[in-house]
Design a protein around this ligand. Structure first.
Ligand code: ATP
Length: 294
């Protein structure tokens, strides 16, 4: 059993603040083991819970099993020749670990895989329209379109441009925007900050917060623990396919182990964190001003 810090998902009882804590987990991963082929054991007996309406950060080094966890949740393991060998995944009380990816999307769980993977030759608008095919109906599609326009004004400006010509950060926004077009209840983000400059990482962090504020739960896999722990309420750290730590994001951020393993604690990462925080704040202020202006 992995060590947990502070109040934990599903617990009843007093938190450190003396407040009754109880929540219903939207997503429950229980005893999950995954293999690729016969020999690669990527996950072993993993338990993860995502409370209602929350952001969960999944931390871990290279090869820890972070992407595998997202693939298992989104039902895409088969595409990578992987398979669940034990355990189960439930979403809103129903098992999803045996569903095809399209059915998982229909349940409201939508993934943005690592590396952005926009349709490079298609325009921004066409990419978004492709995402909208998963929407419930025309009304839901229109609402989602409006939400994406609000969240990412830059995508509206570039609507007729080929997606492959966008900057890395803009492509990440497009990938997230495309996923939002189907109106997900739970968004799975795999390394959204990978390869982006600190300023853009800050903006992506602010966008994740905003998506969550609008009522969508998020699981964000990140090697950039600073950003992930800033936007998440809950966190889990994987090590070699097992849960090493789990608990409230704030408690994890302050733990010596997370500081040492994932936050570095050296000057460069502090500088980077400050740059990301400044960018996130500038983004938030810009959006407040845009709202007043509209
Ligand atoms: P990274 O940050 O490097 O992407 P990760 O934490 O996301 O790492 P995974 O990609 O989930 O880790 O990989 C977990 C383990 O499974 C690793 O040992 C990896 O080599 C292995 N693995 C991942 N995908 C495959 C695959 N398609 N076939 C075989 N082994 C795989």
């Amino acid at each position: 059993m992995a060590p947990t810090m502070g109040a934990r998902g599903g617990d009843r009882g007093d938190s450190e603040l003396g407040v009754e804590t109880e929540w219903t987990a939207v997503l429950i991963v229980k005893g999950l083991s995954v293999r690729y082929g016969r020999s690669v054991r990527a996950l072993e007996d993993v338990d993860v819970e995502l409370p209602d309406d929350a952001v969960l950060a999944v931390l871990g080094g290279n090869g820890a099993g972070k992407s595998t966890l997202l693939r298992a949740i989104s039902g895409t393991l088969k595409l990578h020749r992987g398979a669940v060998t034990a355990g189960e995944i439930t979403f809103e009380g129903e098992r999803i670990d045996r569903l095809d990816p399209a059915l998982v999307v229909r349940r409201g769980v939508v993934a943005v895989p690592e590396g952005r993977q926009v349709f490079a030759r298609m325009t921004v608008e066409e990419n978004l329209r492709a995402g909208g095919l998963g929407a419930r109906d025309a009304r839901a599609r229109t609402a989602a379109r409006e939400r994406v326009r609000e969240l990412f004004p830059v995508l509206a400006e570039r609507a007729s441009q080929r997606a492959g010509l966008l900057s890395g950060g803009e492509q990440q926004m497009l990938a997230i925007g495309r996923a939002l077009m189907s109106g997900p209840k739970l968004l799975l983000l795999d390394e959204p900050s990978l390869g982006l400059a600190p300023q853009m990482v800050g903006r992506i962090g602010a966008i994740i917060k905003e998506i969550h504020d609008q009522g969508t739960a998020v699981v964000v896999v990140e090697q950039n623990a600073t950003m992930a722990l800033r936007v998440a309420q809950h966190a889990v750290a994987l090590e070699v396919g097992r849960v090493a730590l789990s608990g409230p994001a704030g408690a994890l951020a302050e733990s010596d182990e997370v500081q040492r393993l994932y936050l570095g604690g050296h000057a460069e990462s502090e500088e980077q964190a400050a740059a990301e925080a400044r960018a996130a704040e500038a983004h938030a202020v810009g959006r407040r001003l845009a709202r007043w202006g509209s």
